[in-house]
Design a protein around this ligand. Sequence first.
Ligand SMILES: [Mn+2]
Length: 341
Amino acid sequence: MVFSDVHLGDIYCRREEFLVFLSNIFESRMSRNLPYLKALVILGDFFDLIWNTIENLCSNKVFVDIYNILQAINNNGVEIIFALGNHEIPTGGFYNFEFEKRKKDFLEKLRVNRFYYNFLNEFTVCQYVIFGQNSSNNTVISVFDSIYDIQFNELGLILRENDKGTIILENKNLKNSYQYFMAHGYQFEAWFKHHFFFAPVWKSFVEEDVERVLLNELWYGLKQFNLLITDENIEYVASERKLDISDFSPSRMEKDLIKIDKRLHNNGRNIKNEIYFRRILQFLEKYSLQPITHVIFGHSHETDVSNVNNVVMMNAGCWVADKTPSYIEIHIDGDFRVKKI
Ligand SMILES: [Mn+2]
């Protein structure tokens, strides 16, 4: 099962529905109704470090319940694979070469905040995931930190020397051959826009702590009381909600809240998937990934399935705000289903 863009920590995250979704998976496993589930693939922007702090994401009970269930599902024999998104790590520069270090920094950040769940570790956290056939006659999930590590042989089977990043699902290649390629999706942004506009903005948010939890609560309060963003109203909401804002400059808070307001106002206006589809084709060609038959990404939040030049392209959707949550099931014979909650 593949899902993407849960955005834990964003005030618009559909956290309760996600928790129910995971609980159902867990209960089905326990009552042996889901014996063939081998892996959950989380396609990034699961944690939202842009809209929340790592401290809160690691310690707040509303999030911890979710990690506990994921760990329980993992302990029940289901692999959990986690491809990172732009709300988790910086994505600018030579991101293929820098990914391994950024991944380690990210895991270290979780660890210093006492996030000890081992469903996230060096081997299961990655940038790219392939589900398909390898050259040793196995059906596998293969995970990669860099696009330059992905290689196929002349028959279109995954070639790989070290098998630390390989999970064998079946000890045979299936007749109906397929290769599913999965990534969060920032990799498919237009190069110039990604490197000179999006990546620097995301990075500044992911890395700096601007007391986002406090700002989110203030914003939410202003909306609830139906108030404009002004110094006096901020103070009013802070006192109503017993938020300590004495350490912050009022003009800075006002500016940051206006930023949040603009961003949330734009919520739902996404780049069309079609634009990504074209870039994905270019991406597959650029990195010699011709054996790929299916591509799954998230990032632009719009659930979708399209056939473009004989490549099936899917967006796994998101778990935010007004969108219907969705996930994708891939069966061992290569068939897939896109499911809405
Ligand atoms: Mn994203």
